[in-house]
Design a protein around this ligand. Structure first.
Ligand SMILES: Nc1ncnc2c1ncn2[C@@H]1O[C@H](COP(=O)(O)OP(=O)(O)OP(=O)(O)O)[C@@H](O)[C@H]1O
Length: 256
């Protein structure tokens, strides 16, 4: 079933056209990785899909209904969006941050229910954060804070999850743990789009890949068709080779 449909989509920042004539059918339960150089428009695209920014042209349909027709409170139950920034302007504990993911499901005067508290605790445990539950976010390391933001995004329990570089500050063990959590989210039927700077995340997690070239051009399709050293070398304008380890291709940039 089509979950998110993009037709003739164009996104722009100032005078710069970042992506044009983007046509994608994203089906329920798929895992999409978005790759491209710094400044090619990945975050702008995700913010547009979260209805935070307006497209320059084209249409976005969420569950066969134009995205712009969904009311904000309905949309918040449908789409969870982890942006690149973790800044919090006021003191907040880790558990308060994770519980903020439950706001779309609560009335304006509601307290958190026992189910909300249980769900938040589950997300903390999945991302190795239980011991930090009562710490102020400002005292966490960069990677710990990123995991707390991811836990809040997952606590929202939205069917569509948009993740802007959730793994960029995580060490290798926590990256593997987070990828395994994201796989569980896919298995539960959720649709995920994730931005990363590591093409090998596609090999470990993605069913589909979108390459953004920053000049309006793009390439998208099943990861098995798109992920090769020719496409990646063109995308990053640097030579990338692949190595086969135990039947799996891994991508490595050559030193200049
Ligand atoms: N508010 C803005 N006004 C003008 N230009 C902007 C604005 N926000 C972003 N840009 C520019 O738009 C381009 C795309 O930015 P975007 O954040 O989408 O890139 P990105 O692919 O996510 O990059 P990165 O990998 O560095 O996170 C960049 O050149 C950026 O400088």
């Amino acid at each position: 079933m089509s979950h998110l449909s993009l037709s003739s989509l164009a996104i722009q920042q100032g005078e710069r056209l970042l992506c044009q004539d983007l046509n994608l059918e994203i089906n329920q339960g798929e895992s999409w990785l978005i790759l491209g150089e710094n400044g090619c428009g990945k975050s702008t695209l995700l913010a547009t899909l979260a209805a935070w920014l307006k497209p320059a042209a084209g249409k976005i349909q969420l569950k066969q209904r134009p995205l712009k027709e969904w009311a904000g409170h309905e949309r918040a139950k449908q789409i969870a969006w982890l942006s690149q920034q973790d800044d919090c302007p006021f003191p907040l504990s880790v558990i308060e941050k994770v519980l903020s993911g439950r706001h779309p499901h609560q009335g304006p005067w509601d307290w958190e229910s026992q189910d909300d508290l249980r769900l938040a605790d589950e997300q903390l445990a999945r991302l190795d954060l239980s011991d930090l539950k009562h710490r102020d976010l400002a005292t966490l390391s960069g990677g710990e804070r990123r995991r707390a933001s991811l836990a809040a995004t997952l606590a929202q329990q939205a069917p569509l999850i948009l993740l802007d570089e959730p793994l960029s500050q995580l060490d290798l063990r926590h990256q593997q743990q987070a990828l395994s959590v994201l796989r569980e989210e896919n298995q539960a039927g959720r649709t995920l789009l994730m931005i990363s700077h590591d093409p090998n995340h596609a090999q470990q997690w993605a069913s589909h890949v979108l390459l953004m070239f920053g000049d309006g051009q793009w390439l998208a399709g099943p990861a098995s068709e798109i992920m090769n050293s020719k496409n990646l070398s063109a995308l990053y304008r640097t030579e990338i080779r692949s190595a086969n380890i135990e039947g799996q291709e891994w991508f490595i940039p050559l030193p200049r």
